[in-house]
Design a protein around this ligand. Structure first.
Ligand SMILES: *Cc1c(COP(=O)(O)O)cnc(C)c1O
Length: 512
């Protein structure tokens, strides 16, 4: 253990000071505060020097792993590099000091960014219109499903309460459907890892609200039958939801709108390069096809005929509507395709989403431009296939063939050792790589899901391949070292269940 590791907490010493304030002529006015609001006891703040504080936080930051410190091939999470220009723009005074209650007339430029980002996302995905309100991918799923429900309800089609979800789906899909009050029906994958169309057909009837799919699916495989699936679901009156959390492989190549999807969400904090992990912040914009635009959430940013922007709050603004009528779809007698907000599925966030995240995504799109965005998909696919082909003699590849941006191994090729996927993941940390996603998808017992993303160099991919081969060799010669890994990290192998269920959040109870 290094000297500073021991000293990282409990640095306070009476009388140490890390700041100095100029004398202020206002200090006397403290007496004007109501006495009930004044402290009687001084706050228990640590007394430390500025240098102590700098070392404390810098050392803490070094105990964690981030995409800025090393390769992070976490499948389904798209840990791509987040360009620093995004941070610079998001921190700019013009944006950082905005207040969410400012009148629309004072933030016309910001509202224009909302519209332009929406338009760019529509162009990338082939959808008619977007809401930028949801705070995460799962929040976007909930919003999209609320839109689907609102669509059926607005047509008086009240029986449609079942939603079909493939067995390979991301866990948030069935969870969001349940939160939306829909009954989840599972459709199986076939031997090639794709949705089994023959298993799907008997599930389709007039109680089906829709199907949730991701394409490429969680095995990194493109659902070749998607057009056929889309027409089967549409024929039975259902809608198609696209989980676009990982748009990486498709960007500039294929558009979900052209595959027949009606609703989708994107994870700006994956595909569009906002830092993520540890629970936030994120943004999960939802795009819809033309026939669903009227059901998008409110408030929404609209462009008036004179080119100014305003915020539609859900009240009906149709000339024929009675005064004050029609908030959130209450009877106002207006047309079913009215876009002013009264047919909306409701409000799903306090203001209009995570503006800082939206701004980073907008910067990312502008920095790449139309031409370079087209290269994101092919490069992310090339990287994944390069790793897969280089390692397939050392690790079991359950579904061979060309993958998209990610793929799944099912443990080591050599099954004669006790070494598990967990041991391999922990050992990678010793070599300075973040572990891939493990034990997901649930289709295999020893899943290792690898997604390199398009931002990594060939040298980094070669380094990862070399270490993975080395670990496969270690499994045969020195399994004990793998079973007790990691050895070089600030904390060793954790009890992951207790860490998640009974987290210790105060350092004084913590035993480092
Ligand atoms: C990450 C992810 C989600 C959920 O996104 P959150 O922002 O974590 O809620 C949903 N689906 C897929 C395929 C994902 O990879």
């Amino acid at each position: 253990m290094k000297y500073y590791d021991k000293l990282i907490f409990d640095l306070s010493k009476d009388g140490k000071q890390g700041y100095s304030l100029p004398s202020s002529k206002w200090s006397a006015s403290v007496g004007e505060l109501p006495s009930g609001l004044c402290r009687t006891v001084a706050p228990e703040l640590p007394q430390v020097s500025e240098l102590d504080v700098v070392r404390h936080y810098t050392n803490l930051s070094q105990m964690n792993f981030g995409v800025d410190t090393g390769f992070y091939p976490l499948g389904s999470c798209t840990m791509k590099y987040n360009p620093k220009i995004n941070e610079e723009i998001a921190a700019h005074r013009a944006f950082a000091s905005l207040h969410p209650l400012q009148p629309a007339s004072s933030v016309q430029g910001v509202l224009k960014i909302y519209r332009e980002l929406s338009r760019a996302l529509s162009a990338i995905t082939g959808m008619a219109e977007f809401t930028l309100d949801p705070f995460a991918g799962a929040h976007g799923e909930l919003t999209g499903l609320m839109i689907i429900r609102q669509y059926h309800v607005s047509r008086g089609d009240l029986k449609r309460t079942r939603i079909i979800v493939p067995d390979s789906a991301h866990g948030t899909n069935p969870a969001s459907a349940a939160v939306c009050g829909l009954e989840v029906v599972q459709v199986k994958s076939n031997a090639s890892g794709l949705v089994d169309v023959e298993d799907l057909k008997p599930l389709l009837d007039d109680t089906v609200a829709g199907i949730m799919m991701t394409n490429p699916n969680t095995l990194g495989l493109f659902e070749k039958d998607i057009r056929n699936i889309a027409s089967l679901v549409h024929e039975c009156g259902g809608l198609l939801y696209y989980d676009g959390a990982n748009m990486n492989p498709l960007m500039g190549v294929v558009r979900p709108g052209d595959m027949g999807f009606d609703v989708l969400h994107l994870n700006l904090h994956k595909t569009f390069s906002t830092p993520h992990g540890g629970g936030g912040p994120g943004a999960g914009p939802v795009g819809v096809a033309a026939h669903l635009v009227s059901h998008l959430p409110v408030p929404k940013v609209m462009e008036a005929e004179d080119g100014t922007f305003y915020i539609a709050d859900g009240a009906c603004r149709c000339p024929s509507a009675p005064e004050g009528a029609g908030v959130f779809g209450k009877e106002c007698g207006c047309m079913p395709d009215c876009v002013c907000g009264c047919q909306s599925c409701g409000q799903i966030s306090g203001f209009m989403g995570n503006f800082g995240v939206l701004l980073r995504a907008y910067t990312y799109i502008l920095m790449l431009g139309r031409q370079n965005i087209r290269m994101v998909g092919p490069l992310s696919v090339l990287g994944a296939n390069y790793i897969k082909e280089s390692l397939k003699d050392s690790f079991r590849l359950p579904v061979p063939g060309v993958c998209k941006h990610e793929f799944v191994f099912d443990g080591l090729m050599d099954q004669s050792t006790e070494v598990t996927t967990l041991d391999i993941a922990k050992r990678l940390l010793d070599y300075g790589f973040h572990a891939p996603t493990i034990y997901f998808p649930l289709l295999f017992h020893q899943s290792i899901m690898i997604e390199p993303t398009e931002t990594e160099s060939k040298e980094t991919l070669d380094g990862f391949i070399e270490i993975m081969k080395h670990i496969a060799a270690e499994a045969a010669t020195d399994p004990e070292t793998l079973k007790t890994a990691p050895h070089t990290t600030p904390v060793r192998r954790l009890d992951e269940i207790t860490a998640a269920r009974q987290p210790v959040l105060q350092y004084k109870d913590m035993c480092i």
